[in-house]
Design a protein around this ligand. Structure first.
Ligand code: GDP
Length: 182
């Protein structure tokens, strides 16, 4: 029998202007457009990953500086909704990198995961093409991900499709494990 269709709710998070929309749109359309509005969007898109049909619901949520009680509650609702997380920083923006650890801890607290190896979180260092402006080394990114039990990729949404594909496919593997389907 054909394997069951997997539904994956994915929340894309990270600081402002790190390329959350660029990565999402690159994955969905294989294209880089350059400028993206700051509208919140949920995209549904079916793809085949390793022979299995996966329906992605991707929630690209713009970052807001202002944190009110209400916005925190809304963020927690989005985290509850998600089966998997793409946490994006820019390799040129140290503040965006510093946010990642806190976000992972927040997700862990919300989801109350017991088995850390099943945490479906991918940390992505974006804008790898801007190496002349790099302020976060690959090693730092890799070590952070290792210490938080997350997958790690460095990519350029602007330059290539392949890295972005690996991010979302890597996340599907983790979501499958967390839902205990093979
Ligand atoms: P968001 O606010 O996190 O959704 O960021 P956007 O996707 O809107 O991207 C912010 C800006 O960074 C835009 O001008 C993009 O064109 C640019 N950008 C996104 N990804 C890359 C990348 O990989 N390399 C470069 N050079 N620019 C990028």
């Amino acid at each position: 029998p054909a394997p069951l269709k997997l539904e994956a709710n994915v929340l894309v998070m990270g600081a402002d202007s790190v390329g959350k929309s660029a990565l999402t749109v690159r994955f969905l359309t294989r294209r880089f457009i350059g400028e993206y509005g700051d509208l919140e969007s949920i995209y549904s898109h079916s793809v085949t990953v390793e022979g299995r049909e996966v329906l992605f619901n991707i929630w690209d949520f713009p970052y807001s500086q202002e944190q009110t009680d209400e916005s925190c509650v809304e963020e927690e609702k989005r985290m509850q909704w998600a089966d998997g997380f793409v946490l994006v920083y820019s390799i040129c923006d140290r503040a965006s990198f510093n946010m990642i650890r806190h976000k992972v801890q927040h997700i862990k607290a919300i989801k109350e995961y017991l088995g850390l190896e099943k945490l479906p979180i991918v940390i992505v260092g974006n804008k790898r093409d801007l190496h002349h402006r790099r302020s976060v080394s690959s090693e730092e990114g890799r070590l952070l991900a290792l210490s938080m039990d997350c997958e790690f990729y460095e990519v350029s949404a602007a330059e290539a499709y392949h890295g972005t594909l690996l991010v979302f496919h890597g996340l599907v593997d983790k979501i499958k494990e967390s839902k205990m389907v093979s």
